[in-house]
Design a protein around this ligand. Sequence first.
Ligand SMILES: *[C@@H]1O[C@H](CO)[C@@H](O)[C@H](O)[C@H]1NC(C)=O
Ligand SMILES: *[C@@H]1O[C@H](CO)[C@@H](O)[C@H](O)[C@H]1NC(C)=O
Ligand SMILES: *[C@@H]1O[C@H](CO)[C@@H](O)[C@H](O)[C@H]1NC(C)=O
Ligand SMILES: *[C@@H]1O[C@H](CO)[C@@H](O)[C@H](O)[C@H]1NC(C)=O
Ligand SMILES: *[C@@H]1O[C@H](CO)[C@@H](O)[C@H](O)[C@H]1NC(C)=O
Ligand SMILES: *[C@@H]1O[C@H](CO)[C@@H](O)[C@H](O)[C@H]1NC(C)=O
Length: 829
Amino acid sequence: METRILCFLSLLLLPSLVPFSVSFTPLDNYLINCGSPTDQKFDNRLFLGDSSKNSSVSFSKEGSISLSNQNPPPNSPSIYHTARVFRKDSSYNFNIKKNGTHMVRFHFSPFTAQDFALTSANFSVYVNGFMVLNDFNVRDNIVKEYILKIDKDKLEIIFEPAGGKSGLAFVNAIEVFSAPRDFIVDYGAKLINANGAEEYDNISSQILETIHRINVGGPKLTPFNDTLWRTWIPDEDYLVLKSAAKRASTTHVPNYQNGGASREIAPDNVYMTLQQMNRDSTLATKFNITWKFPVGSGTVRHFVRLHFCDFVSTALGSLYFNVYINGYSAYRDLDLSSITFHVPASPAYFDFVVDSDNSGFVQISVGPSELSSPARINAILNGAEIMKLVNEQTKSAQKEKTIWVLVGSVAGGIIVLCLSTLAILLALRCRKKKPKPRPAESVGWTPLRVYGGSSHSRMSEATAYTSPGPNGYLGLKVPFADILLATNNFDRSLIVGSGGFGMVFKGVLKDNTKVAVKRGMPGSRQGLPEFQTEITVLSKIRHRHLVSLVGYCEEQSEMILVYEYMEKGPLKSHLYGSKFPPLSWKQRLEICIGSARGLHYLHTGSAQGIIHRDIKSTNILLDQNYVAKVADFGLSRSGPCLNETHVSTGVKGSFGYLDPEYFRRQQLTDKSDVYSFGVVLFEVLCARPAVDPLLAREQVNLAEWALQWQRKGMLEQIIDPHLVGQIKPDSLKKYGETAEKCLAEYGVDRPTMGDVLWNLEHVLQLQEAEPHRKRQERGNDDSSSQPRTAGIIPGVPSSSIRPEAYDGNGGSEINTSQVFSQLMTNEGR
Ligand SMILES: *[C@@H]1O[C@H](CO)[C@@H](O)[C@H](O)[C@H]1NC(C)=O
Ligand SMILES: *[C@@H]1O[C@H](CO)[C@@H](O)[C@H](O)[C@H]1NC(C)=O
Ligand SMILES: *[C@@H]1O[C@H](CO)[C@@H](O)[C@H](O)[C@H]1NC(C)=O
Ligand SMILES: *[C@@H]1O[C@H](CO)[C@@H](O)[C@H](O)[C@H]1NC(C)=O
Ligand SMILES: *[C@@H]1O[C@H](CO)[C@@H](O)[C@H](O)[C@H]1NC(C)=O
Ligand SMILES: *[C@@H]1O[C@H](CO)[C@@H](O)[C@H](O)[C@H]1NC(C)=O
């Protein structure tokens, strides 16, 4: 609901906000014209001479020289006519007023003057103790840019000439300024490597060096055109196949506010041009556009930020495309429209951290998604930034020195001269990369979503957080110490799953209860809304077929949820892709019935009803007796109030299970869960994933494929081979009809969970029925088979299965004869 309000507000504010938005003013803003007594304008900004008598910048002259070029090349900017030259280790210190992300730029423009040939300079540069340039040698003009978080009140830049007494270092200009808040945040970046989707949760502790900043489909943008004075260059030279891409541009200013991007993330011009698939140049309908960006050698990780703004789609919500980085899927079935509240031309961006593949390139591709309708196939990209994670590479190269110091405080004008009396103690931060456990795809605890990405997840974090109140749910609070004990201090060998939210550990509480401990990534607030939802939902309800929350812990900025331990894990791993023995048809039916019962209780058991939103086979867990329980309420929402028929909300959920109507209309009802449950029913029958991109096209989407066979009346053709010969035809028929009904295009045509439950009970009855009885049933009354062919037996309102019958204690199973008598009554009508 919050999202809806936000959407409404943003629509309301949109026209007024955009044209009058104020340009960004950094709180820390040092622009230094090095080696010069005069201030000089450059790119519309005033760079202050660092040796001006009057300057608020002051320094010791020892060991440094102001060098000036007497014969500068024509048209070269005047800040490049001077340089500060260092003959020994020297540092600039800046007072930092605002903690957080800062940008640091060095301008190098070598020249020869007074017997100094700056082209032969060879030196290293350290920023707050981290080496950012090593044995650096410049022959041409170059600007080096770094983005880093500063969490103290000083920034120290050390220049270290190589080669002893004859060595020299230089710099022509330095920029140090604060970046907007949230420019780089720790959550929402996806790690791209062979292991699949994990989150990289610690970007802000990295120093990022800008390697490429690309205005895809547009012209070069200079610092004039950018509120953070960045330079963006065109993409054409990096296209692997130029004819695959076609430029497009718009004259309309982008609709910021909807996708979480801002002018500071990237300027208008980046979002107003793009490359899209050039389908005129080829008969092929499906191909990628690929860019290859050289990034130098070495096994260093890169931060990749991709910018999108769809102003080319003719029909809103019709563009789905895939994004690949280094050949790995980075974002599948990206639907910008669902991320930007369906406001067209809304900028959005996504962050990735890419493992090196030692090729010397970062390769980015965009290509069509399987979800696109044939007439609407396209893929776009508006901008790309590639930055090196510097200190992962040079973590050992830290610097601790006592040297002369140059102190700057431009705005305050107060000269603070710190001399080398102070030993500069640098925080020795050892950043050992912790080994990430492989993503346990077999465990379904993750609050899986359409991958949150960056701009989007930032918005949802801001808007979807609801606090349970100061006292929380006291009875459920578990002391952190108990959790450490239960998990043997989060012993990695006890990890049974991982994902976007964090890790899941197996544990044993003091009273010997076996539990699953889900630990949110420390320091990351990514999972906070899910965490709160889960506590809220699970503390309100208890049911035999819903995984119960044993407790939670919020101490020491930890977000930990403790559940009953489900011995046999997710349903999915008993269906395919693991070595568990195949389940029998009866077992499968009982599992479906159990989870339907849990879900029915969820929908009807509380006054408002709760919509799960992420029903899938990984979220149905099995205990040691194969009793099914629905898990993972992180995405759930309270149902609509009485006078409403739906809840409007950003689409969340998992592909392959998503209700197409919810997807189209953003309207959430309990029938969306029914749809997803229908997909699970086919998954259980066919023992294959809801989406399997490796299969032939018509088979990729299980729901579509199974429906085709169901409609042909040939469902038995595609069932799990282990089930062949096990299922009685009547049972299969009824089951197929039930699943088909669940997958009805429109929610109104789908049965309620109560109906589904009731029908599944019937399927089990048909399976269990003694042969003679079945014959008798058939022979008795022809009409009795008729309602079955008609699918869901009409006329039994779900309310006839009273919610109280499903209260938490599970002692409420409808017995067989009850079901039968209801069936009979109904059929008799
Ligand atoms: C010196 O400082 C004064 C006052 O801040 C300013 O008006 C003047 O322009 C400065 N002179 C130079 C050469 O920067
Ligand atoms: C920056 O953060 C550090 C550590 O959190 C703190 O000691 C320091 O006072 C902060 N400085 C400013 C200017 O806020
Ligand atoms: C720079 O100095 C280092 C260390 O003295 C040396 O190994 C390297 O070859 C030098 N590089 C150049 C380009 O002179
Ligand atoms: C960038 O800024 C310059 C200087 O203001 C202007 O002439 C140019 O048209 C701008 N470029 C774009 C693409 O807007
Ligand atoms: C696009 O590139 C990805 C990654 O290299 C590849 O898996 C996919 O098959 C390509 N798609 C098309 C349509 O060529
Ligand atoms: C992030 O990195 C910093 C510095 O290496 C480290 O102190 C911190 O513990 C890391 N945080 C996480 C969540 O890994």
